[in-house]
Design a protein. Structure first.
Length: 412
């Protein structure tokens, strides 16, 4: 973006070890950062990563203050590229005090598939265990089913409550904390837009609102992320592109986050480096049809049972109609680092496949792997999955303990 003539700034959550030194200006949270009274590291404050600046207030407000300050004092003779990253919503969701009563008297609707996860056709031996023996171990839950992480306890819910009252109480408190954090994000996005309008550049500014993953809010009795199921895999992606797209339009193009950088560089008139794995979808943003776009996208969760959240390691492929997932069930390190990932990391879960017809079953309630009517589709998807992994240099040739499991179970 700098080569294309843009001023560049990175403000907010960075969550990488390396200094964001390629930006003209940065002011970022160390690690995940704090929700309240955060500290930040900026490009003018000594040697990375030691020196920090203390702020007062909620992180969503502080990050927005920093972005607006940078916008006000930037060189206005040049176009700008600003990456504005909120910490919220993340983890146990802590909102600014002014939102404490937001939705207090509101009953939040609950997902249809939250209460009876063990009884459905969802999942496999890989995610439920042999004869469902791991149902209480895999997949951190809103209920008492898999409580290793202890969501209810962390939220202060009385653990003596029977089910389903316990799950209902956990869900209501969890969702309200989440939505109060999101409300803070929404209001601060409005502050940014109001600033652009006040300066008279809103209609000359492309705005992209996205996230780094989806999130489970009770679906399948899960919370958090990590799974390849739709709630975790689908990411928000909204674009304000004045003069190029019809307001309120939607698109079903199969993009993934590797496409973000090539698209932004292309839109800015820069040259997309050949080493980037993603592709620009600028044509779509201009209301045109893409040429020979991908028909499948790859996913991998490379940790295993990390942070006591109970997610088996897996990879898979998704098309517009189908999803194929292979759970290989071991950590990438051999032996696993239980000191870092948590006590569950040395649990070896069964290997297994899951296949969902997401056109007919969008909530992925019925694993159809092994059904004869889908045998040819699954065979083709396995071939595509193998070729995509090779294309992305994402094979496990350097992890023989994983490759051994893949070889043993590929044709199951």
């Amino acid at each position: 973006m700098r080569k294309a003539g843009y001023l560049t700034a990175m403000i907010g959550k960075w969550h990488l070890k390396e200094e964001p030194a390629a930006f003209d200006y940065y002011n970022v949270l160390p690690g995940q950062g704090r929700y309240h009274d955060p500290v930040t590291r900026d490009s003018g404050n000594g040697t990375w990563p030691r020196n920090t600046t203390k702020h007062v207030g909620h992180s969503s407000d502080v990050i927005t203050d920093l972005s607006i300050d940078w916008l006000k004092h930037r060189d206005k003779t040049k176009p700008f590229f600003l990456m504005h990253h909120f910490k919220a919503p993340h983890d146990l969701f802590s909102n600014a005090k002014r939102y404490d009563s937001y939705l207090e008297d509101t009953e939040i609707p609950e997902p249809d598939n939250m209460y009876d996860q063990p009884a459905r056709g969802f999942g496999s031996i890989a995610t439920r265990g042999i004869d469902d023996r791991l149902v209480n171990t895999i997949g951190a839950s809103v209920s008492k089913r898999c409580d290793t992480w202890g969501l209810g306890k962390r939220l202060g819910i009385d653990e003596s409550l029977p089910e389903p009252e316990f799950t209902h109480a956990v869900y209501q408190r969890f969702l309200k904390r989440y939505l109060r954090c999101v409300k803070g994000v929404d209001d601060n996005v409005k502050r940014l837009i109001d600033y652009l309008k006040a300066e008279g550049i809103y209609e000359n500014t492309i705005i992209i609102y996205t996230g780094d993953q989806g999130y489970f809010l009770g679906e399948h009795d899960f919370f958090d992320k990590r799974w390849m199921y739709e709630e975790g895999m689908r990411m928000p992606f909204f674009v304000h592109y004045p003069g190029s797209m019809e307001k309120g339009s939607r698109c079903g193009l199969l993009i993934n986050n590797t496409d973000f950088a090539p698209t932004l560089i292309d839109v800015a008139g820069g040259e997309v480096p050949k080493y980037m794995q993603g592709r620009s979808f600028k044509r779509t943003l201009l209301g045109k049809k893409e040429n020979a776009w991908r028909d499948a996208t790859y996913y991998r969760y490379w940790m295993h049972m990390a942070h006591n959240l109970g997610n088996p390691a897996h990879f898979g492929i998704r098309t517009n109609k189908y999803k194929l997932i292979f759970f290989y069930g071991v950590d990438y390190e051999d032996p696993p680092r239980t000191d870092y990932w948590g006590s569950q990391a040395d649990i070896i879960t069964p290997a297994g496949w899951e296949f969902y017809d997401i056109e007919k079953d969008p909530h992925e309630m019925n694993n159809l792997y092994g059904r004869s009517e889908y045998a040819q589709v699954i065979k083709e998807l396995k071939g595509k999955l193998q070729s995509v992994r090779e294309e992305l240099k994402e094979t496990d040739v350097n992890y023989p303990h994983i490759q051994k499991i893949i070889d043993e179970h590929w044709d199951d």
